[in-house]
Design a protein around this ligand. Structure first.
Ligand SMILES: Cc1ncc(COP(=O)(O)O)c(C=O)c1O
Length: 267
């Protein structure tokens, strides 16, 4: 967030004190807390287009845009109208609806690889279920994930999901395994094969050793969680070939890139 006319943050500070009594660490995600906002979180009140306003009346340009989710900006009039109209008709049914059929049909038209769809509430559920499907389909339990790739909260994905200083990473051919949270039994990670991303030689080496036992390889097609790192020319194509050769499924996690990089996703 960037602002040129910061007045005060007294109200934000007051609300943060109050928040610490009811929210874990006073925020609803570490990304809203001290790790990002050294002076305490900014309490936002409203947004319009590319601008947001905090509870003290400070105006900011929003460079986060909900981590990429808000491609139309805040409170786009068409979205506000459409969602308000839908809400007035009742918005949550524990039964099938025609709207979800239309959404699935449009999804399949837009995303080249999509044949049928199951919608989930979060990206974590989507990646977890993709892995479960791959395991069921192949009858194998191991999978490969890449260093630095974040795929959500599912236990097995929380290995080397975040950035670490280079001196902690270990050798390229055998990365040091760093769990991202306490509370996960280390045995969960026995099924995880780890590799550096964007390195064809390392990929070929690890798949020649482990390819036959992998249910899947999961990757972001463009690394969006560490800033933005593009795949080297031919890297994803080679990954596609190698996974096909060893009978592992290729899971492209497009939680960030889908419908943002291009209408049909990065794939
Ligand atoms: C690439 C990627 N996959 C999965 C997830 C998990 O999504 P969610 O936070 O909706 O569970 C995220 C969240 O940031 C993500 O960036």
């Amino acid at each position: 967030m960037v602002t040129s006319r910061l007045q005060s943050r007294n109200q934000s500070k007051k609300w943060f004190e109050r928040a610490q009594k009811s929210l874990v660490e006073g925020v609803n995600s570490p990304s809203r807390g001290a790790a990002v906002y050294a002076d305490g979180p900014i309490m936002l009140e409203r947004g319009k287009g590319s601008r947001v306003w905090d509870i003290d009346g400070n105006e900011y340009t929003d460079f986060m845009m909900s981590f990429g989710a808000l491609i139309q900006g805040h409170a786009h009039p068409t979205l506000v109208k459409t969602v308000s109209e839908a809400m007035a008709e009742g918005s949550h049914f524990a039964a099938a609806t025609s709207a979800e059929v239309e959404a699935a049909e449009r999804f399949c038209r837009m995303v080249p690889s999509a044949e049928v769809v199951r919608f989930t509430n979060t990206g974590s559920e989507a990646t977890m279920l993709a892995l479960r499907l791959a395991r069921a389909h192949t009858g194998r339990s191991k999978f490969l994930k890449f260093e630095g790739h974040y795929h959500g909260w599912y236990d097995a994905f929380l290995l080397n999901a975040h950035g670490h200083p280079p001196e902690q990473l270990g050798p390229v051919e055998n990365p040091t395994r760093i769990p991202d949270s306490e509370g996960i039994p280390l045995s969960i990670f026995d099924d995880v094969v780890l590799a550096p991303w964007n390195d064809v030689a390392a990929l070929e080496a690890v798949l020649s050793r482990h390819g036959h036992e992998l249910a899947a390889v999961i990757t972001e097609p463009i690394m969006a969680n560490m800033g933005c790192i593009l795949p080297r020319d031919g890297y994803l194509e080679r990954l596609r070939e190698l996974t096909r050769d060893c009978g592992a499924l290729l899971i492209l996690d497009e939680v960030v890139t889908g419908f943002r990089y291009a209408p049909g996703g990065c794939q």
